[in-house]
Design a protein around this ligand. Structure first.
Ligand code: RUB
Length: 274
């Protein structure tokens, strides 16, 4: 029991401190944590850790009615299906742009590489917590060529006009924390990327497990100011939103375990669920 409590507490700490990050990893870890201490108070605690995570909520609601193994199986089943649909979309010589770290995106890119497609990836470092390094490392280990940009260089990575060497991303794949009726929520910076993609006519795809869908209002998590500037002078105001909303009008398509769809089509399919 003591050990279970210790592991439970470590998981909650790691989620809070973003050592365990990304909607899918958070939901999976929370499912495991709950399996250790199956109490109502565990659900309450786990849900409170990251407020912008419908998948976390969904999994913690399912634990009341479905067996652990059945819920767990969904993560890989959905990912395997997503991988195959992303594979179809990627062509040789593509330059794929991504932001932050999304397991749904990374796994699909690694699968596509393993299946023999020749493409490269541009990504952003993702301040203040640098999740872009995790993405770059994972992809590099899988043999994918990665070029990482500082966040303020997003335009250089995706605007044709800015690049003298005529190399720029020709497809954008972002993950999502929440899939809503009118658009998605993902890491801060995603809105800017979406607008640039729209202006420069670069296909902009969301790659996400459908369990991230929510009909509820999803709050945007505001994180500690110390992440931005540790011991900043007292009279400077700092904002540190973790996520932002991206309107569906910018989304070329969404790839879930149900395949590639227009965003409205996906929402139609989810009607009646949750
Ligand atoms: C991670 C992030 C990811 C989504 C999707 O933010 O915005 O794009 O969570 O990830 P943070 P996944 O690092 O603050 O958790 O595909 O892994 O579910």
């Amino acid at each position: 029991m003591v050990d279970k409590k210790r592991i439970f507490n470590k998981i909650t700490r790691d989620i809070k401190q973003i050592k365990i990050q990304g909607a899918r990893n958070i939901a999976r870890a929370a499912l495991y944590a709950y399996s250790l201490i199956q109490k109502k108070s565990s659900i309450k605690k786990l849900k409170s850790l990251r407020p912008t995570e419908p998948m976390l909520e969904k999994v913690l609601a399912l634990v009341e009615t479905k067996p652990y193994k059945q819920i767990l199986a969904h993560f890989n089943d959905a990912q395997n299906s997503i991988n195959k649909h992303v594979f179809k979309l990627i062509k040789d010589k593509d330059v794929i742009f991504t932001h932050c770290h999304s397991t749904n995106v990374s796994n699909a890119l690694i699968y596509t590489k393993k299946k023999g497609k020749k493409f490269e990836v541009y990504n952003t470092e993702t301040r203040p917590l640098f999740q872009g390094r995790k993405t770059a490392n994972e992809l590099r280990k899988a043999g994918i060529k990665v070029t990482m940009f500082i966040d303020s260089a997003i335009a250089l990575a995706i605007e044709k006009e800015s690049r003298r060497d005529k190399i720029y991303a020709n497809k954008i794949f972002l993950g999502a924390d929440a899939l809503l009726k009118n658009g998605i929520i993902n890491k801060i910076g995603s809105g800017l990327i979406a607008e640039l993609a729209h202006i420069h006519k670069i296909p902009f795809y969301i790659v996400a497990d459908s369990w991230k869908f929510s009909k509820k209002k999803v709050p945007i998590e505001q994180r500690s100011l110390n992440e931005v500037w540790n011991r900043a002078p007292k009279n400077i105001k700092i904002k540190n939103p973790a996520f932002e909303f991206v309107n569906k009008k910018y989304i070329t398509g969404i790839i879930t375990e149900f395949g590639l769809m227009r965003y409205g089509e996906f929402v139609g399919r989810m009607k009646g669920k949750q």
